[in-house]
Design a protein around this ligand. Structure first.
Ligand SMILES: [Mg+2]
Length: 115
Protein backbone atom coordinates (compact mmCIF):
# COMPACT_ATOMS: atom_id res chain seq x y z
CA UNK A 1 0.00 0.00 0.00
CA UNK A 2 1.21 3.46 -0.75
CA UNK A 3 1.30 6.28 1.82
CA UNK A 4 -1.23 8.13 -0.33
CA UNK A 5 -3.64 5.19 0.02
CA UNK A 6 -3.23 5.15 3.81
CA UNK A 7 -3.87 8.90 3.99
CA UNK A 8 -6.94 8.53 1.80
CA UNK A 9 -8.23 5.75 4.06
CA UNK A 10 -7.77 8.00 7.09
CA UNK A 11 -9.51 10.97 5.52
CA UNK A 12 -11.30 13.12 8.05
CA UNK A 13 -9.10 11.91 10.89
CA UNK A 14 -6.32 14.53 11.27
CA UNK A 15 -4.48 12.60 13.99
CA UNK A 16 -4.46 9.46 11.86
CA UNK A 17 -3.18 11.41 8.86
CA UNK A 18 -0.42 12.94 11.00
CA UNK A 19 0.52 9.48 12.33
CA UNK A 20 0.68 8.11 8.80
CA UNK A 21 2.93 10.98 7.70
CA UNK A 22 5.23 10.13 10.64
CA UNK A 23 5.69 6.55 9.43
CA UNK A 24 9.29 5.84 8.59
CA UNK A 25 8.92 3.01 6.08
CA UNK A 26 11.39 0.15 6.43
CA UNK A 27 9.75 -1.86 3.63
CA UNK A 28 9.84 -5.06 5.70
CA UNK A 29 7.24 -7.82 5.45
CA UNK A 30 5.03 -6.16 8.07
CA UNK A 31 5.53 -2.55 6.99
CA UNK A 32 2.32 -0.81 5.92
CA UNK A 33 4.17 0.92 3.11
CA UNK A 34 5.36 -1.34 0.28
CA UNK A 35 5.43 -4.48 2.43
CA UNK A 36 7.98 -7.02 1.28
CA UNK A 37 9.98 -4.65 -0.91
CA UNK A 38 13.07 -5.16 1.24
CA UNK A 39 12.66 -8.95 0.99
CA UNK A 40 12.52 -8.84 -2.81
CA UNK A 41 15.76 -6.84 -2.82
CA UNK A 42 17.35 -9.14 -0.24
CA UNK A 43 16.49 -12.29 -2.18
CA UNK A 44 17.59 -10.72 -5.46
CA UNK A 45 20.95 -10.01 -3.85
CA UNK A 46 21.26 -13.61 -2.67
CA UNK A 47 20.51 -14.81 -6.20
CA UNK A 48 23.17 -12.48 -7.57
CA UNK A 49 25.70 -13.87 -5.08
CA UNK A 50 25.13 -17.41 -6.35
CA UNK A 51 25.05 -16.30 -10.00
CA UNK A 52 28.35 -14.50 -9.44
CA UNK A 53 29.88 -17.70 -8.07
CA UNK A 54 28.74 -19.67 -11.13
CA UNK A 55 30.19 -17.01 -13.40
CA UNK A 56 33.44 -17.03 -11.38
CA UNK A 57 33.93 -20.70 -12.19
CA UNK A 58 33.09 -20.18 -15.87
CA UNK A 59 29.64 -21.76 -15.71
CA UNK A 60 30.66 -24.84 -13.81
CA UNK A 61 28.67 -25.75 -10.73
CA UNK A 62 31.57 -26.93 -8.54
CA UNK A 63 32.71 -23.91 -6.56
CA UNK A 64 36.24 -23.37 -5.23
CA UNK A 65 35.22 -24.52 -1.76
CA UNK A 66 33.92 -27.83 -3.10
CA UNK A 67 30.25 -26.92 -2.85
CA UNK A 68 27.81 -27.54 -5.67
CA UNK A 69 25.97 -24.40 -6.79
CA UNK A 70 22.87 -25.92 -8.42
CA UNK A 71 20.72 -26.33 -5.29
CA UNK A 72 21.64 -22.88 -3.92
CA UNK A 73 20.69 -21.39 -7.30
CA UNK A 74 17.34 -23.21 -7.19
CA UNK A 75 16.78 -22.07 -3.63
CA UNK A 76 17.41 -18.43 -4.43
CA UNK A 77 15.18 -18.52 -7.50
CA UNK A 78 12.43 -20.00 -5.31
CA UNK A 79 13.03 -17.30 -2.71
CA UNK A 80 12.60 -14.59 -5.34
CA UNK A 81 9.34 -16.18 -6.51
CA UNK A 82 8.07 -16.33 -2.92
CA UNK A 83 9.17 -12.80 -2.06
CA UNK A 84 7.59 -11.45 -5.22
CA UNK A 85 4.32 -13.30 -4.62
CA UNK A 86 4.24 -11.98 -1.06
CA UNK A 87 4.79 -8.40 -2.15
CA UNK A 88 2.16 -8.59 -4.88
CA UNK A 89 -0.39 -9.82 -2.34
CA UNK A 90 0.61 -7.69 0.65
CA UNK A 91 1.04 -4.46 -1.31
CA UNK A 92 -2.24 -4.93 -3.14
CA UNK A 93 -0.64 -4.87 -6.56
CA UNK A 94 -2.49 -5.88 -9.72
CA UNK A 95 -1.78 -9.62 -9.82
CA UNK A 96 -3.73 -10.14 -13.05
CA UNK A 97 -1.60 -7.55 -14.84
CA UNK A 98 1.59 -8.98 -13.36
CA UNK A 99 0.69 -12.57 -14.31
CA UNK A 100 -0.22 -11.56 -17.85
CA UNK A 101 2.99 -9.58 -18.21
CA UNK A 102 5.01 -12.51 -16.87
CA UNK A 103 3.41 -14.84 -19.43
CA UNK A 104 4.17 -12.39 -22.23
CA UNK A 105 7.78 -12.05 -21.07
CA UNK A 106 8.18 -15.82 -20.84
CA UNK A 107 6.90 -16.22 -24.39
CA UNK A 108 9.28 -13.48 -25.56
CA UNK A 109 12.26 -15.07 -23.82
CA UNK A 110 11.45 -18.48 -25.35
CA UNK A 111 11.12 -16.88 -28.79
CA UNK A 112 14.48 -15.09 -28.38
CA UNK A 113 16.14 -18.28 -27.14
CA UNK A 114 15.14 -20.06 -30.34
CA UNK A 115 16.71 -17.49 -32.69
MG1 LIG B 1 17.35 -16.56 -0.13
Amino acid sequence: MRIEDLIEAAAGEPEAVRAIKDIKPDYTLGCPVWPGLAKVIEESGEFQRIAGKIMAVYGETDYFDGSDLVRPLEEELADIVAATAFMVQAAGLDSEFINNRAEQKLSQFIEWSNK
